[in-house]
Write a protein that binds this ligand. Structure first.
Ligand code: PAF
Length: 294
């Protein structure tokens, strides 16, 4: 077994599956004045996740990672069923990286009274577009689990990747809405050498599909480099046409949006900072990516 930095003794990483154990351990550390960094994940960890962990290690005394495939944020049951689960591998990676505490709850532990089914959050226009529009209930499920995870792990800082840029905005809105004193730290997208944004769902692609999927980021980069050449609408049409020409890929959307409000822009002058957001299916695997355009 590989050794890692730990807080109970010099060489251990603690793995808890109970809420109370986790909360108590972290409360004790907070009482000792330790700064807590938190990285929520659904496992199937890749370099993108490990970069979040490294950023937390650099900015905090203790780094906590959660691994929980949250059923209530999946609007597609098959996507939930096929979501990669690689716990042993994940723990090994976290230990090597130097994580201090891992929280790996069961569904019953997270939702003792049964899975919440009600829509309790309203993030307004932020959730009426893109992922919110195409995945009904998704952000409500994300917000419910993240709020619960924050209450368990009591972090000073929490780390979220810009790969899920809209999720990041929703979490910032959640923390404001709930008046939680947690600093949300955005972290840049980590890409494979081909340019493909790292994602646990990439594991479900064949080697050939994974290589072809690099077209998504290549097209986004082409738009970024030449955005003034066409209007947002024209770029949208070109993107969809080019993606759909590569079998078995099918574009779901390409949206240009104000990077702050996430509201779509029709003209490059509509917002000071514009980002492109894409969703593309490769058979039943849904890939998302985004890039700053201006
Ligand atoms: O980004 C994810 O992996 C999930 O949405 C999160 C934040 C861990 C909540 O389940």
């Amino acid at each position: 077994m590989l050794m890692a930095r730990g807080f109970f003794n010099e060489w251990s990483m603690e793995v808890f599956d109970k809420v109370i154990q986790t909360q108590n351990a972290i409360l004790n550390l907070r009482k000792k004045g330790k700064k807590i960094g938190f990285v929520p994940t659904m496992g199937a960890l890749h370099e993108g996740h490990l970069q979040l962990v490294k950023q937390s290690l650099a900015g905090n005394d203790i780094t906590v990672v959660s691994i929980f495939v949250n059923p209530i944020q999946f609007n597609n049951p098959q996507d939930l069923e096929k979501y990669p689960r690689t716990l042993e591998d994940d723990l090994e990676k976290l230990q090597q990286t130097g994580c201090d505490i891992v929280f790996t709850p069961t569904e019953k532990e997270m939702y003792p009274e049964g899975k919440p089914t009600e829509i309790i959050y309203d993030f307004g226009q932020l959730e009426r577009v893109m992922e919110g529009k195409h995945r009904p209930g998704h952000f409500n499920g994300v917000a419910i689990v993240v709020k619960r995870l924050f209450e368990i792990t009591l972090p000073h800082n929490a780390y979220f990747g810009e790969k899920d840029f809209q999720q990041l905005k929703i979490i910032q809105a959640l923390v404001a809405q709930e008046q939680m004193d947690i600093n949300i730290v955005p972290c840049p997208i980590v890409r494979e050498p081909s340019g493909l944004a790292m994602s646990s769902r990439n594991e479900r692609l064949s080697a050939d599909e994974r290589q072809k999927a690099a077209i998504i980021s290549k097209l986004l980069q082409e738009i970024k480099d030449n955005y003034k050449k066409y209007s947002p609408k024209e770029w949208g049409q070109r993107f969809i046409q080019k993606i759909n020409a590569v079998s078995p890929f099918k574009a779901e959307y390409l949206t240009f949006a104000d990077a702050n409000t996430l509201q779509p822009v029709n003209d490059w002058n509509d917002a000071e900072q514009v980002r492109a957001f894409a969703s593309v299916y490769c058979n039943d695997v849904r890939l998302i990516d985004n890039m700053e355009i201006k």
